[in-house]
Ligand binder design. Structure first.
Ligand code: SAM
Length: 249
């Protein structure tokens, strides 16, 4: 069988899956063009090993490229930063990555890991057409996530709707890095409005899924926020994330 496959391939035959992959690679060449000339992120000191380990644990949807953005967010935390927060934890992989990155950078500050652990509480019917309350991310367990993160004492897992839990967090000012990964318009918008004024100058907000066709609500929330807040500079990264950097206090 393998010999026949090899022979067919030598004659130029491709399976449907291979043809689809080739088609995608050609259409989206701008995303990986010159990849062989770029540094291999999995070899970056400190980062590569951590990212590979967290990926292997299969508890995050974030691939190496998006984890590297978070790594840079930790590396460039302003000295006055008092805390880090992630909203949208699911199975905890991105929290573990951030918690260990903080430790590797010698930044022993609290990190809040906020999620309902039961999926969405609200979606916008017009912007979030793929998402629904009770449909996605309902299978997470706060006890399992707490167990998984138990060796990171500075990480506090905060279950519940972020609209209710955000005002209860111990640190209410001086965030250095905020990671928003909730996919939908109303909660992305809420998190931006709530946490942005509490960010130190030079701090960053990373919004996942900004450039993904699957989450137009995330983009709408960021664009509306950026238009109303000139004290933030917005970048659309090729990873699909948005980066909002606070320019002034
Ligand atoms: C895409 S997942 C997060 C993925 C995770 N960061 C990772 O690395 O795989 C989105 C999460 O947002 C959470 N979420 C949605 N609405 C929320 C709300 N109102 N309050 C807190 N969490 C919410 C969901 O429960 C879900 O776990």
């Amino acid at each position: 069988m393998a010999a026949i496959t090899r022979w067919l391939r030598a004659l130029g035959f491709r399976s449907r899956e291979e043809r689809e992959r080739l088609d995608l690679a050609t259409r989206y060449e701008h995303y990986w063009y010159n990849a062989q000339k770029k540094i291999d992120l999995t070899k970056v000191d400190g980062f590569g090993r951590l990212a590979r380990r967290v990926r292997d644990q299969r508890r995050t949807y974030l691939h190496v490229d998006r984890l590297y953005t978070l790594w840079q967010g930790v590396a460039s935390l302003p000295p006055s930063s008092k805390a880090v927060v992630e909203i949208g934890v699911y199975r905890g992989g991105s929290v573990r990555f951030l918690g260990e990155a903080l430790r590797l950078h010698g930044r022993e500050i609290p990190m809040y890991a906020c999620d309902t652990f039961d999926g969405h509480t609200v979606v916008d019917a017009a912007a979030d057409t793929r998402h629904a309350v009770g449909k996605q991310f309902t299978g997470a367990s706060v006890e399992k996530v707490r167990g998984y993160l138990a060796d990171l004492p500075l990480v506090e897992v905060v279950p519940g709707d972020i609209q209710l839990t955000a005002p209860t967090l111990d640190v209410q000012d001086g965030y250095g890095l905020v990671h928003i990964d909730v996919d939908v318009y109303p909660i992305t918008r809420f998190c931006l409005e709530h946490f942005a004024p509490k960010l130190v100058a030079g701090g960053t907000i990373v919004v996942d899924d900004y450039g993904f066709k699957t989450c137009p609500g995330a983009k709408q929330a960021v664009d509306e926020f950026a238009a109303a807040h000139p004290e933030f500079r917005r970048w659309h990264l090729l990873t699909g994330q948005a980066l909002l950097v606070r320019l002034s206090p």
